[in-house]
Design a protein around this ligand. Sequence first.
Ligand code: FE
Length: 322
Amino acid sequence: MLKWIDIVKFANKGNPTPDRRVEKTEDEWRSILMPEVFRITRLKGTERANSSAMCSLFEPGKYACACCDTELFDSGEKFDSGTGWPSFTQPIEENAVAYHKDRSHGMSRMEALCNTCDAHLGHVFLDGPMPSGLRYCINALAMKKVHSDEQKATFGGGCFWCTEAIFQQLKGVTKVKSGYSGGAIVNPTYREVCSGMTGHAEVVEVTYDPKLISYEDLLKIHLTTHNPTTLNRQGGDRGTQYRSIIFYRNDAEKATAIKATAIVQGAYDQLLVTELKPFQAFFAAEGKHQNYYNDNSEGRYCQAVINPKLKKFKALYQDKLK
Ligand code: FE
């Protein structure tokens, strides 16, 4: 999760590398953009406050750059700031937005630009809601709403190297991120979480298309591919960071989780100890922990611990694999 200190670092020392670059001349942009979009994105203009209905829209979906279509923000990070401009607490990816110190109009502000095509988007301020504390104040005309049915689910079931490897193989799952959730501190490190003192669990954030796989199926798969009956322990991994946990995002998910837990209980002799908790925040783990199984499949942990779990999972859920 980006915080103000990261934004300042990017502006001072260089922005993160984008996934791709789109470059056009001013005349080329002028020829393909509506005049008002051109004025805002390429000439650093600002639309009037409250000039767009986008301010009060909070439906699920993503917001892409009006110039180059790169996804910039997710509706999950959108909030009502009351300013008259669409406001977000975080970009969709840490390298989606670039930052530049803006001293125009006698003010000192932090400009937010599309990191792919340099479109001016708006500004970032440090008076946003916690935990990031950031407010991305963005011109509605600098963005296009992209419809998306994708949902996110967050589960913990021991070492995230294992749970990530399992969910990555499911049809309908578009992204899996390893990280931390359920604890008290923002942006914990792996070392801090390993101490068992942060309250965080190792979790995976699963992005999925509910038309292809349901939340209930994800829950059943989660509960049958780790051991949900051992308190604060998963095989040789011991500590609260390895606890079995389900984070729900609304009452419907909570009800589904209670139902799935009851169904799966029948498959175990011991009682399930899986914790059920409202989702608050997810903090991505360090880069070396992402896609761990695929990048380290010859390693000892992958061979000895993850491979047997994957074998069991694949036998159980053949019809749900990619
Ligand atoms: Fe762009």
